[in-house]
Design a protein around this ligand. Structure first.
Ligand SMILES: [Zn+2]
Ligand SMILES: [Zn+2]
Length: 254
């Protein structure tokens, strides 16, 4: 499967976009940026979004994508999928006609441009052409990591998380996995902030490796752009053969 990196960062900087990935042109994995990375025809071709959690750096692109569909292609629909608490938050606090229009009833309740779909935890669900297993991880708010599979190959996506266990245990039982896409947000000196906010530092990532499926390459995303260089240098010291940072704008084949 093809994974295009729309945004690789844990916030926004000049030319640095928040986390979002596009699988096989049809399924978004998080949606921190969409319109900033895709042409309008490419945006309209997206059918699903699997969202790890409701934080803005993972969802604001969906808000603008719904706006684009309503204007340009109201006959199209994107289905945003996640675990129940994330869907509840999107309904109550984002698409609520206060923060942003309720695009689940636009242009009509019967045929809206946005649908919200709950996925059962730790169970494989069909999302477009893919199989998606959400597994809760350990972040400041309800968050899922995902195992995304096309029947032959797949990858693990951590979402935002601090040290976690269940996702790695579940991934160890799956076949065909080609990559672990794992967050790291802060440099080691911000260990206290990482713990308080449910994120990893390079040193914490190094300790997570003992629990992960062995041997799979680790592709890091969600480094904060404000402290990118320092974090990247620390990541390079852990295991340069196995750990790489995902590059925004690039497409990877897993
Ligand atoms: Zn984030
Ligand atoms: Zn977050």
């Amino acid at each position: 499967m093809r994974l295009k990196v729309l945004g690789a960062y844990g916030s926004e900087g000049q030319g640095q976009r928040p986390s979002a990935f596009l699988v096989d042109d049809r399924v978004l994995v998080d949606a921190g940026t969409v319109g900033g990375a895709l042409s309008v025809p490419a945006q309209i071709a997206v059918e699903h979004a699997i969202l790890s959690h409701a934080h803005l750096d993972h969802t604001v692109g969906l808000a603008f994508l719904a706006d684009t569909l309503a204007m340009i292609a109201p006959e199209r629909c994107i289905t945003a999928c996640s675990i129940a608490p994330v869907i509840d938050t999107l309904r109550a606090h984002v698409f609520n006609d206060t923060l942003w229009p309720n695009f689940t009833v636009i242009p009509s309740r019967a045929e809206p441009v946005l649908r919200l779909r709950e996925l059962p935890e730790e169970t494989e669900s069909r999302v477009g052409e893919l199989w998606v297993t959400p597994v809760p991880v350990d972040h400041a708010v309800a968050t899922a990591g995902f195992i995304v599979h096309d029947g032959e190959t797949g990858f693990v996506y951590s979402g935002d998380t601090g040290p976690t266990l269940r996702l790695w245990q579940t991934a160890r039982e799956m076949r065909g996995l080609k990559a672990l896409i794992v967050e790291t947000a802060f440099p080691n000196r911000m260990d206290g902030l990482a713990r308080a906010s449910g994120h990893l530092t390079p040193a914490m990532l190094g300790r997570e490796m003992d629990k992960m499926p062995p041997d799979l390459p680790i592709w890091v995303f969600h480094v904060k752009p404000q402290i990118y260089q320092e974090t990247a240098e620390e990541l390079a010291q852990i295991d340069p053969a196995r750990i790489h940072i995902l590059e925004q704008g690039k497409t990877y084949n897993f």
